[in-house]
Design a binder for this molecule. Structure first.
Ligand code: AAO
Length: 508
């Protein structure tokens, strides 16, 4: 009885912080703007066999159709109704995706846009992804339904200008978006009903878009109304995983710690700082990463959702600034993602993007709005090339060998302590995860040549950055670990991938 109480208490406390991934799966991927039919296939053909824990999907609910500019990615952050009906697919396709992904142990997390509806200047008509009528001028969204009573115009009839004023950030309009009155029980219930429909279909949790722009207590009131997860795939009493988009780089009125009670928060300092270190800006060096994590002023590890880049800051939206690394800087990007996946801090999310025609004018990409690869607004299929990369301008960073193999590394070392740190005082560093994995980086302008304590049992290991272990053969470099746990590493500073990673399951 005592044990049961304790167990249920622990279960309860961990609840909304637990990603609900299948045992041993430790990372998720954001398949930004993918269609549901492609995600279903990707779960079966790639994500499950490679050990990915889940997928963050683009907002599934009906959104405004923006034609000027032509169908930008950001139209999906302007809800018109909670019908599951977007350019990613319809409700049947969404259900099929959730079922097929769950059946192979891959979870689906929905990007929930519940702070607002479309922009105040969105006009009136049926320019929406399911053809629902709306009138932004008088706040009429009959397909929900919401009316003027359900918005915060009484509290603030204008924009957010001052991020040092918490009232303004939470009651006024984020870039003109009509701000829902989440203090009203009707609005809370309506939003919770939408999320419960998704939970009943089988989703495992939610990214709460613009959480910083909602009062933590209002979010809690919504979360308290949510169902437990579908017992077809989750154990009885499982709670939805919650990660809240709160941008807190310091120096503003709103602190991400205010949201810890509701779930995890996005730690935006992570990608901004890691990018600065790998770019060697501001005198930063990898040696300083020795106390990476809370030591750098980040939120506690068990409250953090971390990522190198996201769909906003990879194109200059949101926060993080110029230091953010993306697939456009592939060499540094792979190091950053490799470091993130090897390091025990936080729950990790990998970005998976599409390519667009960048056009920098005065340092700003004027094409930052361009939507997914499409034919006349219809999103293109994610095709797979013979070499396993993606076609049709889908970048599929999650399929890059270095990234995909580091997801596997993270699974293999899960639960193991951060150990055997080594650095040269500059940008050559190494660390292990107990006796299960070891990684070495050379981001200096000279070669690395060192014998290091790996903590691993003796044997020959396949470097999963330069190759793959296939049966008992290694297509990349090999590393010999002696009976004392030491191994010799040599990494040229001009290597395409100047890092090496070995783990228990890459042993030959
Ligand atoms: C579009 C048009 C607008 C139009 C609007 C309505 O672009 O011109 O007015 O429609 O018609 C996305 C796009 C928006 C788009 C919107 C709706 O990014 O451009 O507007 O869809 O279609 C803030 C929020 C954060 C938000 C981020 C973009 O706090 O929640 O802005 N991210 C989410 C989504 C995002 C989406 C929305 C929310 C809306 O991920 O895709 O918008 O659903 C400071 C604050 C941050 C703030 C940034 C940017 O950051 O701290 O909270 O993020 O400013 O305004 C340094 C500072 C850092 C600072 C940063 C930028 O790094 O350290 O703190 O500079 O100044």
């Amino acid at each position: 009885m005592k044990f049961f109480l304790l167990a249920s208490l622990i279960g309860f406390c961990w609840a909304q912080y637990d990603p609900q991934t299948q045992y041993g799966r430790t990372a998720i991927v954001h398949l930004f703007e993918w269609r549901w039919v492609d995600i279903a296939k990707e779960c079966e053909r790639y994500l499950a066999p490679k050990g990915f824990g889940g997928v963050q999907v683009s907002p599934p609910n009906e959104n405004i159709v923006v034609n000027n500019p032509s169908r930008p990615w950001w139209e999906r952050y302007q809800p018109i109704s909670y019908k599951i009906c977007t350019r990613s697919g319809n409700e049947d396709e969404f259900k099929d995706m959730v079922t097929r992904c769950n059946n192979v142990g891959v979870r689906i997390y929905v990007d929930a846009v519940i702070n607002h509806m479309c922009g105040a200047g969105g006009g009136a008509g049926t320019s929406s992804t399911c053809g629902s009528y709306y009138n932004a001028n008088n706040r009429d969204f009959p397909s929900v339904p919401y009316s003027g009573w359900d918005f915060n115009d009484g509290k603030c009839d204008g924009e957010i200008y001052n991020y040092n004023d918490a009232n303004q950030v939470r009651n006024c309009r984020l870039t003109g978006l009509l701000d829902l009155a989440l203090e009203k029980d009707y609005v809370r219930t309506t939003v919770a009903n939408y999320m419960n429909r998704l939970i009943d279909i089988g989703v495992a949790g939610f990214r709460l878009d613009a959480a910083k722009h909602m009062w933590p207590g209002d979010i809690k009131a919504v979360l308290d109304k949510l169902h437990n997860l579908n017992t077809r795939w989750f154990s009885q009493g499982s709670r939805p995983f919650i990660f809240q988009e709160v941008i807190d780089l310091g120096g503003e009125a709103i602190k991400s710690s205010e949201y810890f009670g509701n779930g995890r928060v996005t730690e935006f300092k992570y990608g901004a700082k890691l990018g600065t270190v790998i770019r060697k800006w501001n005198g930063e060096k990898m040696a300083y990463l020795k106390n990476w994590g809370e030591g750098w002023g980040f939120v506690p590890s068990d409250r953090a959702l971390v990522f190198v880049d996201n769909h906003d800051n990879q194109r200059g939206h949101g926060a993080g600034g110029a230091s953010i690394l993306t697939f456009w800087d592939a060499r540094m990007y792979k190091m950053a993602v490799g470091f993130m996946l090897a390091h025990p801090y936080g729950f990790t999310r990998v970005m998976s993007s599409y390519r667009w025609a960048r056009n920098f004018q005065d340092g700003k990409d004027v094409n930052d709005w361009i939507g997914p690869p499409n034919n006349n607004g219809v999103t293109k299929e994610v095709t797979i090339n013979p070499d396993t990369t993606c076609g049709n301008d889908w970048v599929c960073e999650h399929r890059w060998r270095q990234i995909r193999n580091m997801v596997a590394f993270r699974n293999v070392v899960s639960g193991q302590p951060f150990s055997n740190w080594w650095d040269n005082g500059s940008n050559q560093v190494a660390f292990g995860r107990g006796n299960r994995g070891f990684i070495v980086f050379n981001n200096d302008d000279w070669a690395l040549s060192a014998t290091l304590q790996t903590g691993l049992p003796a044997g020959t290991y396949c470097d999963v950055i330069s190759g793959d272990k296939i049966n008992d053969y290694c297509t990349g470099a090999k590393v010999n670990v002696g009976s004392d746990g030491k191994a010799y590493f040599s990494i040229s500073n001009s290597a395409e991938d100047p890092f090496i990673a070995i783990h228990a399951e890459s042993k030959l």
